[in-house]
Design a protein around this ligand. Structure first.
Ligand code: 5GP
Ligand code: ZN
Length: 114
């Protein structure tokens, strides 16, 4: 995906504050953080959102969640807690059409997510 912003970040064409990288996944700080820690975890390969999970390799789906767990531990959130969210489609207000998981923490988060 030529013009996809997260593909460009994954390829290193747009700078980002990277917190984690492995073969399949990259994670970086959100430009507009909604919590003291707000990291975006994205597959290096382009998928629009979780609607495409059926066509994704199982290893990649696993890698995304494993990355969330590793990053949480790396940032010291594993004991205090954190939340992961993936907005999918218009009702969820997905604004970047490249699958990503938000990892939020570092403070007590709102009880309700809507
Ligand atoms: P969505 O609303 O699609 O679930 O989340 C997209 C997120 O990407 C937003 O939280 C927004 O702040 C973040 N974002 C958009 N463009 C950029 C960018 O160029 N760099 C970074 N680091 N985050 C971005
Ligand atoms: Zn993309």
């Amino acid at each position: 995906m030529e013009d996809c912003i997260f593909c460009k970040i994954a390829r290193g064409e747009i700078p980002s504050s990277k917190v984690y990288e492995d073969e399949q996944v990259v994670a970086f700080n959100d430009l507009n953080p909604q919590a003291p820690v707000h990291v975006l975890i994205v597959p290096k390969a382009h998928y629009a959102n979780l609607n495409e999970a059926g066509g994704m390799p199982e290893a990649l789906l696993a890698a995304l969640l494993r990355a969330a767990s590793r990053i949480a531990a790396q940032l010291g959130l594993d004991k205090s807690g954190y939340r992961i969210v993936s907005n999918c489609g218009p009702d969820a207000c997905q604004s970047v059409q490249h699958l990503h998981i938000h990892l939020l923490g570092g403070a007590k988060l709102a009880e309700k997510m809507s």
